[in-house]
Each structure stands twice: as C-alpha cells, then as structure tokens.
Design a binder for this molecule. Structure first.
Ligand SMILES: [Zn+2]
Ligand SMILES: [Zn+2]
Length: 141
C-alpha cells in the first residue's frame, strides 16, 4: 500500500489497520466498536478518519452495505479518483473491487450519449462469490 507524503492522522491509521485486517467491509458502527478498546469512542472521530481516507482514495464506501473497505488497487499509478466498483457477496459479505477500464470508458461514453453530466457513479453487483456459490451448488446436489 502506497502512502501519501501528507501524514495520516493516528486515528485514520488505526481505522485503516482495522479495515486491512478485516476480510470483509466494515460498517462505521463495527469500526467504532473495535476502536473502543483503543480509547476512541466518539463517532465523529471515526467519521472524520473515514472521510479523510476516502478522500485520499485509500478507502472506499460501499453504498449498498453502508460499509467501508480498503482499496486493493495497489499497483495502480493513478490512485486518486478512480471509481470504485464492487461485486458484493450476499452470503459471506466479502466485496471484490472490480477494475475494468472498459467500464470507465463505457460509462463516460454513456454520459455523453445521454447528455447527462455524471457526478457520481455507484456500481455494485450483488450475488454469490465463487466459494459461496460452490457451497450453494453442493447443497442442492
Ligand atoms: Zn480502489
Ligand atoms: Zn461469499
């Protein structure tokens, strides 16, 4: 994970650590709950930390879950400002970040075609991840 030259606040670092350790997205409430033992108890502190991480493009918000996840786009040069798209498993709750430049191109083309100025894009697929799908298939058999 690349870090920006401007320092993260200690709270942001802590939130980031928690999100990194988690195998699935965490809600603000879950983050707050885990931070309790470190003496961080004020929700605004956590929200501020999350905002700053999101602004830096290090953390994404998954709207359909109202949860947060660390960006896995490590090798990407242009880190800032990329649209986060996710495939969210409804069974185990994992969220896979989708990186496909064709989508970026397609959506911007679509905006032009519709004469619609796109300000925000949220693309979240809901379904079953490979492991959960496999399990579901086995149960059926
Ligand atoms: Zn990302
Ligand atoms: Zn799953």
């Amino acid at each position: 994970m690349r870090t920006k030259s401007t320092e993260l606040s200690p709270h942001s670092k802590k939130v980031m650590e928690l999100l990194k350790q988690s195998s699935k997205p965490l809600t603000a409430y879950e983050i707050l709950d885990k931070l309790h033992k470190f003496g961080i108890k004020a929700p605004p502190t956590v929200y501020r930390a999350l905002d700053s991480l999101i602004e830096r493009g290090i953390v994404h918000r998954i709207e359909s879950l109202n949860a947060f996840v660390v960006c896995h786009d490590d090798h990407h040069g242009e880190h800032h400002d990329h649209n986060a798209r996710f495939a969210v498993c409804r069974s185990c709750g994992t969220a896979e970040e989708i990186h496909d430049h064709r989508l970026t191109a397609f959506i911007s083309e679509l905006g032009k075609k519709l004469k619609f100025h796109i300000e925000r894009e949220m693309l979240e697929l809901s379904g079953l991840c490979h492991a959960c799908d496999h399990k579901a298939q086995r149960k059926k058999a």
